[in-house]
Design a protein around this ligand. Structure first.
Ligand code: AMP
Length: 456
């Protein structure tokens, strides 16, 4: 199978060839023909599968072909014809980059619209006329209310990482945006997970969609080696430094549950002599872009991120992902480890798990449909005192079991009574012998008893 066989025009084939892609990924092979045929599409797809090109290439082709039709005159040029909605600025920027790269040989204009940066340059670009807008929902609505964008001529709507948009509470914004679009249009919806909310959303938007699923729903990328390292909560940071040093890891993406935790860990790693940057929602767009660029070029060894900030990060060949804390929402684990092993590369996901996180681990294993192997690290062991609390009942997720934690509040990260996390209480490797087969984890994951407190 080649890109040409998929029916793509020469300019697009040339663009992907220039990128070094020799053949379409499975999602590209499956999605491109029906999109070119004008079908709506529901894509169940993990990050790292090549889904951006899977929707961008046929979208560009359709727009370029219809451009030849002059019957609609100059007016068409003025208002955008395609809208890509993404949950985060980073993903918008990355999709925007792909649109530019793949569309280099076509006469189509695109622009990116997201918050956190000045609105005027966006207004100027929109006024000049664009064919494609890639936007986060909030800022797009700002433009719509200021009438600096006209969405009445959108022919092509793409919801990228729709599950994350719902997680982030964008459903109302999405509904408002939908009302501004013409009824007749082609719709594509991509989501790594498939919840009832996603089903509801897609039922309302998609007409007779082609269903495509490249990785089984809610399963982790296959090429990712996953492992759990049992550890005392207070020793996580020294374990992380230890793993990075002894494994000689040069590029590590580390997830924390909170922005505050991300900042603190970054400082601690730096003081351990390991270069690190944090990326989260409180950082300015410039700081986020800089941190990402430093990480990609190897200027910093560790990027510490919250779940929200991590969405859409495309860092190819990322070898190591570390869950410094397990996420409250099990599906976030799947998203997190989707950052490694991208586009067929191998990767490793390490989770540092303290006893209070056993419940979270069980929830994740339930979503994965299997248990994650446990590997003890010599010199580290769990602390029974951590087990007195359950990380799942921490107050990070506001009200009614909604999935919208946006990296939580600082208050949630360290609720262990009286435990100080200000520094490592003892150096790695200096204490008790390895806690072989840390039984609490092993036993729990084997028994895999369903807990009634989690939703399915
Ligand atoms: P995505 O899932 O769209 O975020 O893409 C993940 C990564 O795969 C990106 O770094 C792309 O540049 C890369 N990629 C996309 N399509 C292909 C392809 N056909 N062959 C090789 N790499 C690809």
């Amino acid at each position: 199978m080649s890109f040409k066989n998929l029916g793509l025009r020469a300019e697009l084939v040339a663009a992907v060839t220039a990128k070094g892609y020799t053949k379409p990924t499975p999602i590209q092979a499956q999605a491109i023909p029906p999109i070119l045929a004008g079908r709506d599409l529901l894509g169940g797809s993990q990050t790292g599968t090549g889904k951006t090109a899977a929707f961008t290439l046929p979208m560009l082709q359709i727009l370029a072909e219809q451009q030849g039709d002059t019957s609609r005159g100059k007016h068409v040029r003025k208002a955008p014809r395609a809208l890509v909605l993404t949950p985060t600025r980073e993903l918008a920027a990355q999709v925007g980059e792909s649109v530019e790269t793949y569309g280099a040989g076509l006469n189509l204009k695109s622009t990116i619209v997201f918050g956190g940066v000045g609105i005027n340059p966006q207004i100027n670009k929109l006024r000049a006329g664009v064919d494609i807008v890639i936007a986060t929902p909030g800022r797009l609505l700002d433009h719509a209310s200021q009438r600096t964008v006209d969405l009445s001529r959108i022919e092509f709507l793409i919801l990228d990482e729709a599950d994350r948009m719902l997680d982030m509470g964008f459903i109302h914004d999405i509904r408002k945006i939908l009302k501004l679009l013409p009824a007749r249009r082609q719709n594509l919806l991509f989501s790594a997970t498939y919840s009832n909310e996603i089903k509801q959303l897609s039922d309302g938007i998609l007409h007779d969609p082609e269903l495509i699923e490249v990785a089984r729903r809610n399963t982790a990328a296959e090429k990712v080696t996953q492992v759990v390292h049992p550890v005392a909560k207070a020793d996580k940071r020294s374990m992380l430094s230890h793993l990075i040093r002894t494994g000689n890891w040069s590029q590590v993406l580390v997830f924390t549950r909170t922005k505050h935790g991300a900042n603190r860990l970054t400082k601690q790693l730096d003081s351990d002599g390991i270069t690190a940057s944090a990326i989260h929602g409180n950082k300015s767009q410039n700081a986020r872009t800089q941190a990402l660029a430093d990480f990609k070029t190897g200027r910093v060894r560790v990027l510490v991120a919250t779940d929200v900030a991590s969405r859409g990060l495309d860092i190819s060949l990322l070898p190591h992902v570390v869950n410094f804390e397990l996420p409250n929402v099990p599906e976030d684990y799947v998203h997190r480890i989707g950052r490694t092993g991208r586009a067929g590369e191998e990767g490793a996901a390490h989770s540092l798990v303290s006893l209070d996180e056993r419940g979270l681990l069980r929830d994740i294993e339930k979503v994965l449909g299997r248990s994650i192997p446990v590997q003890d690290i010599e010199g580290f062991k769990t602390n029974a005192a951590d087990g007195n609390e359950d990380a799942r009942v921490r107050p990070t997720r506001s009200g009614g079991g909604g999935r919208g934690q946006s990296s939580g509040r600082g208050s949630s990260s360290r609720s262990s009574g009286g435990r100080s996390e200000s520094g490592s209480s003892r150096p790695a490797g200096s204490t008790a012998p390895a806690n072989r087969r840390s039984s609490p984890f092993r036993r729990r994951s084997r028994t895999r008893r369903a807990t009634s407190s989690t939703s399915s």
